[in-house]
Design a protein around this ligand. Sequence first.
Ligand SMILES: [Zn+2]
Length: 84
Amino acid sequence: MTDSDIPEDAPRCSHCGEPFPTERLRALHRGLEHPDSLDDAERAAFEDAYRGEGDDIRSFRLRALAALVALYFGFLMTYAVVAV
Ligand SMILES: [Zn+2]
């Protein structure tokens, strides 16, 4: 991504000026990179974003596990049909 790809109105970190595609990513960045200089609203936004990220990761893990199980049984059934 080059500087020309970043829209002018992208949310920017109020501490280091780095641009982010979404408010949620900016809140996560501020909580992880500038934890000692957050005000109450920024800290609340970080905690909400952090909790939301945990839910997304849990959902991704379940979907990845389901895909692996489906792939495993797909190969197993293919082997059973081809090898016998
Ligand atoms: Zn920053």
